[in-house]
Design a protein around this ligand. Structure first.
Ligand code: NAD
Ligand code: UDP
Ligand code: UDP
Length: 350
């Protein structure tokens, strides 16, 4: 921002979008672990546009180089292939620690590795934060509440988690990651932030990662049966990824050090959500001139073990301390994502 001309200044490098030109005192060196994943890549885009220096650290287990490849070569950007389970040395001002598979089929694929990533990966990144005095933000999850007995879920609810069930590697992994985070805060004075993220969707979600939003949209687009697990009476609340990125950046740069729920309060049963996705896809196909789009069937499959029955965030804390609330309606987000997957199908990527 140039005070004399009263304008924001940008710097442009060939082929890259213009990024803000920040004075040295405001430009931060930011590490994003898991930055090649779905949420990470959107966060990286925003931090780059804001004018920061961003280093992505990722082992490409569920992420892909292509999600951030549009920044490769930019002087403010660096991508490092590294597994957070191993120590890592770098000098930074802020750490967004996202590295961890997030979809049930992926995190259950190698449960021991998921636990190692959550525990050892978080330990290493906290050690790094302690040494560099960087501010540390971890992306925790609504899964710390397990199959909740309180509804909606507030941050002071302790949760209801089966510590030996198939989801435990992720749920307990994140719970111990939070415990470590507050341990480093108390013992070593590390400056920490904890985001408890509720179900999030949007473009660049791995189409095959098995989560419900990508499954339903792709099934509807391809004219395949939509698979509702169980009777579909379980509920979830879905937030669009741009709202989440807003929340993460506000949390990182604000004063709140307690855990903060970040999610959309609009709760659907999974069956209602399947019907809504089917309607939206049909409407888009009609707009595009398909006279009689095929009406896909909704079929039922077995409900996974320990699948939480209800989930909706109480976001009072985010509203009060971050002045944050979701701005994207679920419908708007689904429409955007349908168009994204359509373009991916047209390009032969899916
Ligand atoms: P994702 O699977 O798309 O991204 C995770 C990224 O971490 C990938 O790029 C993956 O390659 C990387 N990674 C995994 N293990 C690693 C390791 N050992 N070392 C280095 N990199 C590793 O998932 P996402 O949806 O983008 O989730 C990002 C974060 O947000 C995760 O911490 C997740 O737990 C949290 N979260 C996401 C949601 C959601 O709905 N998307 C909800 C709650 C919490
Ligand atoms: N660590 C790291 N990068 C750093 C500093 C530490 O990866 O810049 C790792 C370190 O290898 C250790 C973990 O973070 O495994 C915890 O570090 P801490 O200093 O808290 O513990 P200690 O090394 O004393 O066990
Ligand atoms: N689900 C479903 N069909 C699918 C994928 C998921 O009915 O094809 C259900 C799943 O059982 C759960 C909900 O949708 O009740 C959300 O599942 P997801 O894996 O997206 O996230 P999570 O269970 O971690 O909230």
């Amino acid at each position: 921002y140039d005070k004399d001309s009263n304008k924001i200044q940008y710097t442009t490098f060939a082929k890259f979008p213009p990024v803000r030109l920040l004075p040295n005192s405001e430009r931060k060196r930011i590490l994003v672990t898991g930055g090649a994943g779905f949420v990470g890549s959107h966060l990286v885009d925003r931090l780059m546009l804001l004018g920061h220096e961003v280093t992505v650290l990722d082992n490409f287990f569920t992420g892909s180089r292509t999600t951030v490849s549009h920044w490769v070569g930019h002087p403010n950007f660096e991508m490092v292939r590294h597994d957070v389970v191993e120590p890592f040395l770098i000098e930074v001002d802020q750490i967004y620690h996202l590295a961890c598979p997030a979809s049930p089929p992926h995190y259950q694929y190698n449960a021991v590795k998921t636990i190692k990533t959550s525990f050892m990966g978080t330990l290493n990144m906290l050690g790094l934060a302690k040494r560099t005095k960087a501010r540390f933000l971890i992306t925790s999850t609504s899964e710390v509440y397990g199959d909740p007995e309180e509804h909606p879920q507030r941050e002071d609810y302790w949760g209801h988690v089966n510590c030996i069930g198939p989801r435990a590697c992720y749920d307990e992994g994140k719970r111990v990651a939070e415990t470590l985070t507050y341990g480093y805060q108390r013992q070593d004075g590390v400056d920490v932030r904890v985001a408890r993220i509720f179900n999030t969707f949007g473009p660049r979600m791995n189409p095959y990662d098995g989560r419900v939003v990508s499954n339903f949209i792709l099934q509807a687009l391809k004219g395949e049966d939509m698979t509702v697990y169980g009777d579909g009476s379980q509920t979830r609340s879905f937030q669009y990824v741009h709202d989440l990125v807003d929340g993460l950046i506000l949390l990182m740069n604000g004063p709140e050090t307690r855990p903060v729920n970040i999610g959309n309060g609009h709760e659907f049963t999974i069956l209602e959500f399947a019907e809504a996705v089917r309607d939206i896809v049909e409407e888009i196909q009609k707009e595009e001139g398909v006279a009689n789009p095929k009406r896909v069937n909704i079929i039922h499959k077995e409900l996974p073990t320990n699948d939480p029955q209800r989930r909706r965030p109480d976001t009072t804390r985010a509203k009060e301390t971050l002045e944050w609330q979701p701005r994207w309606a679920v419908r708007q987000g689904v429409e955007e994502m349908v168009r994204y997957y359509q373009s991916q199908i047209a390009q032969g990527n899916i």
